[in-house]
Design a protein around this ligand. Structure first.
Ligand code: IPM
Ligand code: MG
Length: 361
């Protein structure tokens, strides 16, 4: 049966990196004769400009009718003064929520070729391979009530709500335990249960679940300590599971361990393995339109899309292997450029990956 991928390029560097991701997807599609159909839609600031809504209803309908969504990046200073509900980032949060993509997988893998691009000593990041499982449709990002109010003193106050239900914790916990089973069998749950009730429950539920996964060794860590441990001794981690906001922060820290956030892909999944795939980085307005952005996080997101939503794991390996070969050849975009390597543009990087794709029918 024909599979369809719905593509949402978004804003700033979004369209540039998406073109390279799609170039790779189409090359694999053609060479393996997979018959994948690619359709395009609107999200973020671009959608707001064209349709007056950063997440138009057609985008949700088309996304639901697809097997997977590939998204570039959203946002930029151009839309900073928009009404809160109309900001491009709201469009991204709305599609994640509407599709119930509660499990955000962010693999943090060190390519040995980039070891000198990292800000940490090589001895600390050799063989780094962490999977962050971030809860994506709950927590303080979505908790109600939220908003602004005027206090009796006449002062304005902004407020948000952090809450997690047992169901919300269990379903993302299940994904994390199962991922740990397939990897190093170590799961670290990150919370702030010395202060926050929602995360006291988080710790209890995850602890209770560990009886169902006797082979996984479970540990717990407060988020402040986890941030420190990630830069002190990152190799102690295998799988990390955490809530929405802590996961947002810890995944940016982890990205830098690998040299650049331009290398980090992500998969956001619901319980049926329907997924939306996006690089972890933002829309980088400062370098938009210059053909200098790193497309590898998007290309690696395409690999995850083949693995988790299209059921073609071989294609994922082939793409990941090609990325390694391109780095072996010394090709680097600006963000990962070091001495003795060759600067390439966004589109040259995409073409180099295609040259290294070892797929034949
Ligand atoms: C991410 C981003 C988003 C988030 C922003 C753009 C809303 O930082 O995917 O990590 O906070 O989730
Ligand atoms: Mg983030």
């Amino acid at each position: 049966m024909t599979k369809s991928v719905y593509v949402l390029p978004g804003d700033n560097i979004g369209p540039e990196i998406i073109s390279e991701g799609i170039k790779v997807l189409e090359a694999v599609n053609e060479r393996l004769d997979l018959g994948i159909e690619v359709r395009y839609g609107l999200i973020g600031g671009h959608a707001l400009d064209v349709s007056g809504d950063p997440c138009p209803p057609e985008t949700l309908i088309e996304a639901r009718n697809s097997d997977a969504v590939l998204l570039g990046a959203v946002g930029g200073p151009r839309w900073d003064d928009c009404e809160r509900e109309m900001r491009p980032e709201k469009g991204l949060l709305r599609i994640r929520h509407a599709l119930n993509l509660f499990a955000n997988l962010r693999p943090v893998i060190m390519y040995p070729q980039l070891i000198t691009a990292s800000s940490l000593k090589p001895s600390l990041i050799n063989d780094l391979d962490i999977l962050i499982v971030r809860e994506l449709v709950g927590g303080i990002y979505f908790g109600e009530p939220r908003g602004f109010r005027i206090l009796e003193s006449g002062e304005k106050e902004g407020f948000n709500t952090l809450k997690y239900s047992e169901l919300e914790i269990r379903r993302v916990g299940k994904i994390a335990f199962e991922a740990a089973m397939k990897r190093g069998k170590r799961l670290c749950s990150v919370d702030k249960s010395n202060v926050l009730e929602a995360t006291i429950l988080w710790r209890q539920v995850i602890s209770d679940m560990s009886a169902e996964y006797p082979d996984v060794s479970l540990s717990h860590m407060y988020v402040d300590n986890a941030a420190m441990q990630l830069v002190r001794e990152p190799s102690q981690f295998d799988v990390i599971v955490t809530g929405n906001m802590f996961g947002d922060i810890l995944s940016d820290i982890s990205a830098m361990l690998t040299g650049s956030i331009g290398m980090l892909p992500s998969a956001s999944l619901n319980e049926k393995a329907f997924g939306m795939y996006e690089p972890c980085h933002g829309s980088a307005p400062d370098i938009a339109g210059q053909n200098v952005a790193n497309p590898l996080a998007t290309i690696l997101s395409v690999a995850l899309l083949f693995r988790y939503s299209l059921g073609v794991p071989d294609a994922a390996f082939v793409i990941e292997d090609a990325v390694g070969k391109v780095l072996d050849r010394g090709f680097r975009t600006l963000d990962i450029l070091t001495d003795d390597t060759t600067l390439v543009s966004t589109s040259e990087m995409g073409s180099a990956v295609i040259e290294e794709l070892k797929v034949t029918k």
